[in-house]
Design a protein around this ligand. Structure first.
Ligand SMILES: *[C@@H]1O[C@H](CO)[C@@H](O)[C@H](O)[C@H]1NC(C)=O
Ligand SMILES: *[C@@H]1O[C@H](CO)[C@@H](O)[C@H](O)[C@H]1NC(C)=O
Ligand SMILES: *[C@@H]1O[C@H](CO)[C@@H](O)[C@H](O)[C@H]1NC(C)=O
Length: 573
């Protein structure tokens, strides 16, 4: 497995109080850059496992592994089959949400919600289930829980061995005031074994739009702690905590809530925003830390979405204190900013590398092999499974370059496309690709390189004739580029493979640029919970791929990363 680049972005030293010694580990945040929201962490001996949300992508719920909390590799995905991840027809922002990880009587449990739709006519409630595993690699079929809601957590009380399901759910189906609800649960059937009741509504006024969510139960000493997220996942997002001498309450709110809230310093001053949805854990040495989600706010936009961050936790008077009570920053003078090495994939193995994702539930089991695409009727704008594979954008300053396979067995018509995408959702994606020329000005019948931008409900399309060899065939080595910088993306192409690419060599013909806000905002009345992805696609755009159509695919993808100089207060670059 060639897991890319765990970015050593920039960041502060975390001092972990260890008895009287001031032990410290050096962590560069974000620890998991790119679209990695809602982190749930579990320590097993000296190993850490961290699961994040995956929304509409397949396979679902990546689980990363680390032994030092800084370097993470992709260990597995929890949801790989159509019964574990039934995502047909779902829109962006629905899908697999907010996992929790627990080790219960020697078996790993991962619980989460699947949200099917936002359509009020469909009347489908987000459903809670869990899957179990002996090794965090192979997972059971789902066990569906009685309650509906989001952000479930399974906690087994060491004192009684009873397991509690705690989640965000409505108080009743009429008023729909959301709060934290709980019951003791039968892990084999998903049924409640004790009365299902509301246990805490957090620290903010309870209104139909308030969202006390992401509960995580833990025990330390004589207290049980109920850590939650509040304020919604945007600017007001924060972590708060309550404690009790019983896992069922009553709950006493921390007098120093919130534990974590960068919004307290203003929404525009600090680069790191939306801090919350935390999980606390201890190290083998007995130090405490928390992982949580946050956004890097680039002058109002966060194209990478919600990323995973880490901070140290100390205990004062039986309450946790996150990051010494200070705001979460990116930079530390003591921490050099390391730039990751290139990511290269030549698609040599039978199976695709595990850092590649499909959209929604594919019709055929398993994943495409190599990178010859089998284009179908669907495009990136359909709520279905186009012939496309995606990787998370993990740096705010990088290039994604993909070299096409030479076409074999025919030419492209004006309906057929093959290309690369800077992709946020079916509603927002910016593509550069090759098609049979469509317009009168193009050399009809020949090949064109095109750029198509879907942003905020608008579409822009341009195409340019491509140079061909004297026999009319496409030139080899045609490479499509996306250059991503904090404020702007550019798209272009060249005729030499991406092998020698750096910003200085290789003549890239840049065809377009667009602001990074295109990959960070949804059309009005829509949601964005994911982050920018880079995709490789081919499509019949509503028609089956012609029998006489060429074989299409990619022979090589290369990502080159550059320094990310992102200031803690606003963006300096
Ligand atoms: C904004 O950031 C500056 C540092 O550049 C800091 O001195 C100032 O106190 C911050 N303002 C607020 C309102 O937090
Ligand atoms: C998106 O378009 C709507 C009008 O349809 C406009 O009100 C809104 O400001 C636009 N948003 C962005 C981010 O451009
Ligand atoms: C991005 O990388 C380029 C090339 O190394 C560099 O010139 C630029 O300053 C970097 N931008 C940021 C924001 O770090």
């Amino acid at each position: 497995m060639k897991l890319p680049l765990i970015l050593r972005a920039l960041l502060p030293l975390l001092y972990l109080a260890q008895g009287n010694q001031a032990a410290h580990i050096s962590i560069q945040n974000p620890i998991l850059p790119g679209f990695n929201p809602d982190p749930a962490i579990l320590r097993v001996g000296t190993d850490y496992y961290l699961a994040v949300s995956s929304f509409e992508y397949h396979p679902g719920i990546p689980i990363y592994h680390s032994t030092d909390l800084q370097t993470w590799t992709l260990h597995s995905h929890a949801l790989t089959t159509p019964t574990q991840l039934p995502l047909h027809g779902i829109p962006t922002a629905a899908g697999a949400w907010a996992p929790s990880l627990s080790l219960i009587n020697g078996t790993y449990h991962l619980t989460l919600t699947i949200r099917w739709t936002y359509d009020p006519i469909a009347k489908l409630w987000p459903r809670v289930f869990w899957v179990t595993s002996p090794d965090l690699k192979t997972w059971s079929e789902p066990i569906w829980a009685d309650p509906w809601g989001i952000d479930p957590d399974l906690f087994t009380d060491p004192a009684t061995n009873k397991t509690y399901l705690t989640l965000m759910a409505p108080n009743n189906n009429i008023d729909r005031l959301w709060g934290i609800s709980q019951c003791e649960v039968d892990l084999h059937t998903g049924s409640c074994l004790s009365p299902y009741r509301s246990i805490w509504n957090g620290t903010l006024p309870q209104t139909p739009s308030s969202r006390p969510e992401g509960p995580k139960l833990l025990k330390r000493g004589k207290y049980y702690y109920l850590l939650i997220a509040e304020g919604g996942t945007d600017e007001l997002h924060r972590a708060t905590i309550a404690r009790s001498t019983s896992p069922t309450g009553p709950w006493e709110s921390n007098p120093d809530n919130p534990l974590l809230y960068n919004g307290a310093y203003g929404f525009t001053n600090l680069t790191v925003q939306s801090t919350g949805h935390a999980t606390m854990f201890d190290t083998p040495e007995g130090d405490w830390c928390a992982v949580f989600l946050a956004r890097r706010n680039i002058d109002g936009f966060s194209p990478l979405g919600r990323e995973t961050f880490l901070c140290a936790v100390e205990w004062v008077g039986g309450w946790p204190v996150f990051n010494r009570g200070g705001p979460i920053l990116l930079n530390s003078e003591e921490n050099p900013k390391a730039v990751p090495g290139d990511f290269v994939d030549e698609f040599e193995g039978e199976a695709l590398g595990s850092s590649w994702y499909l959209l929604r539930t594919p019709y055929a089991e398993g994943r495409a092999s190599g990178l010859i695409l089998r284009p179908n009727v669907f495009s990136l704008s359909d709520r279905d499974t186009p012939a496309a594979v995606f990787r998370k954008q993990t740096s705010l300053n990088m290039t994604f370059a993909a070299t096409l396979l030479p076409f074999e067995g025919g030419s492209l018509g004006p309906r057929q496309t093959v290309g690369v995408s800077a992709y946020l959702s079916e509603l927002q994606h910016q593509d550069i690709g090759i098609t049979g020329c469509r317009t009168e000005t193009g050399n009809r019948g020949g090949l064109c390189v095109y750029v198509e931008m879907l942003n905020n409900g608008t579409r822009e399309y341009t195409e340019h004739p491509l140079r061909t060899r004297s026999n009319g065939k496409q030139e080899n080595g045609l490479t499509l580029y996306i250059r991503a910088a904090p404020h702007e993306y550019k798209m272009g192409y060249s005729y030499s493979s991406s092998k020698g690419y750096s910003d200085s060599h290789v003549e890239v013909t840049w065809l377009t640029s667009f602001p990074s806000s295109y990959l960070a905002t949804a059309p009005p009345d829509w949601f964005v919970f994911s982050g920018a992805m880079f995709g490789l696609f081919a499509s019949g755009n509503g028609e089956p791929w012609p029998v006489s159509g060429p074989r299409v695919g990619f022979e090589r993808v290369r990502e080159v990363y550059f320094e990310e100089r992102i200031a803690d207060y606003g963006l300096s670059a």
